[in-house]
Design a protein around this ligand. Sequence first.
Ligand code: MG
Ligand code: MG
Length: 247
Amino acid sequence: MISLKSEREIELMRHAGHINYLTHLEVAKNIKPGISTKALNDIAHKFILANDCEPSFLGFEGYPASICISVNDEVVHGIPSKRKLKEGDVVSVDIGVSYKGYHSDSANTYIVGNASKEVKDLVENTRKSLYEGLSVIADGVKISAIGKKIEDFAIKNDLGVVRELVGHGVGTSVHEDPDVPNYYTTDNTRLKAGMVIAVEPMLNLGGEDIYLEDDDWTIRTEDGLPSAHFEHTVLVTKDGYVILTGE
Ligand code: MG
Ligand code: MG
């Protein structure tokens, strides 16, 4: 069931989203060669609690950490560990923050230091594909229009679109209806003002195929090439959308 949010619920989600944005800034300024992904997780965990919020992912379906950090060929759901970042790594950070029971979900991908032009283009074009997808959002528009925009942009830039994982509604659960795929479907469900959704393209430098690692969480690209991930939680309005996980 797709829920429409009240003014009060939207205010709570706006606050959760703002703390999510600030948590991303805290993590981003600590991304450098030599830091472990566990240390980044702990920085985010402390910051979220210090702001009277909770990390949405900790314990969600048994997930063992506060945020997800996926490096290079890891697409999403990488579990923070003792692994240390090094020059040229592609680091996708996915953060969920809840406030008074209302969630927000947002992801950014960073490059540690320098990287090849094709890797820089992967990250920049994945970021752009998110805004391409968001650009069509308004009351009455088919949800499939978002995925069409993202998929067209990815194909134009020769990137693989991950299909097994999709965006989603957000509210009192971090994952609610509806699904928001990053590719075109024939589904006729339409957006409505008051819906809150997470749009989250995951694009690969190589092919679209992925696999689940033995830890039952980490998703990797089949061909071992890097992947990038950007995500915002947005409120659908009559004429467009408002990003809840921004400034
Ligand atoms: Mg996320
Ligand atoms: Mg999400």
